[in-house]
Write a protein that binds this ligand. Structure first.
Ligand SMILES: [Zn+2]
Length: 256
């Protein structure tokens, strides 16, 4: 049996989350924070010597093309997180793909819609993508209920769908909020169980999580444990995970 795989991903985006909670934040400030976190994540990945897939918006790529270039040069996969984080039209699929490819020099084959919203697979396929990673097949209160969606990757309408990892049986999502809010040993036990069952883990974080968010008065479950402490927690986790699995990009996983 091949070694288990880890698909580590970051959604590289303008930090528009405060808008959801009625806080004001300018686009320039959103981009500044997104970029600051992005540089921190690249440093962290370089220290740990692991590769990731960076689902990047067109907006933040145009704001910091040097970081996009650096990401590609350091071996990370550049994938699309649409063009804008706060708005979506069908044309944004092709526009973000073309922008990211032109600025990074990489062919872009992966898509993840902001906020894990659903997009017709036919649109994704028509825009030239090979895989979609927009599904979190579980229940997230106030957002969506996707208990009935497949937990494991599948192909439909010419697109490989690679859902985020949830645990077997009760489908606890292993996404960023769980990592942030659960004690590390608990999260590791859940990750280990899922890795052994599925043979892979698909994980998501955001660069802005690794900054101090205290001044934005966000709910505790989002803002607690942010900044450097969270970065240290992630490094401990990655160090643990490296002994159990091989880190590959979504693109490589899709090609296996
Ligand atoms: Zn996002």
């Amino acid at each position: 049996m091949s070694k288990p795989r880890v698909l580590l991903s970051f959604d590289v985006e303008e930090f528009d989350l405060p808008l959801e909670f009625g806080r004001e934040i300018s686009l320039a400030e959103q981009c500044r924070l997104g970029t600051e976190g992005w540089a921190r994540v690249l440093d962290l990945l370089a220290r740990q010597q692991v590769i990731a897939t960076l689902f990047t918006t067109g907006v933040i790529a145009e704001y910091a093309p040097h970081l996009l270039k650096r990401s590609a040069t350091e071996g990370h996969e550049i994938a699309s997180h649409s063009f804008y984080h706060s708005a979506f039209t069908r044309a944004d699929l092709a526009r973000s793909r073309a922008t990211l490819a032109a600025l990074s020099g990489q062919e872009v084959v992966g898509f993840r819609r902001p906020r894990f919203a659903s997009t017709p697979l036919a649109w994704i396929q028509e825009a030239g993508y090979a895989y979609d990673s927009s599904d979190n097949p579980t229940w997230v209160p106030g957002r969506y209920c996707r208990w009935h969606h497949p937990r494991r990757p599948y192909t439909r309408e010419g697109v490989r769908v690679i859902p985020l990892s949830t645990t077997p049986v009760f489908r606890l999502p292993l996404f960023w909020l769980s990592f942030k809010n659960l004690p590390l040993p608990v999260y590791q036990a859940l990750a280990d169980w899922t890795l052994r069952q599925d043979g892979h883990l698909a994980l998501v974080f955001h660069p802005w999580e690794f900054l101090s968010l205290a001044s934005y008065r966000l709910p505790r479950y989002i803002a607690s444990g942010d900044g450097e402490a969270l970065g240290e927690k992630l490094e401990r986790f990655l160090g643990w995970l490296k002994g159990r699995a091989e880190f590959i990009s979504y693109r490589e996983f899709h090609g296996e």
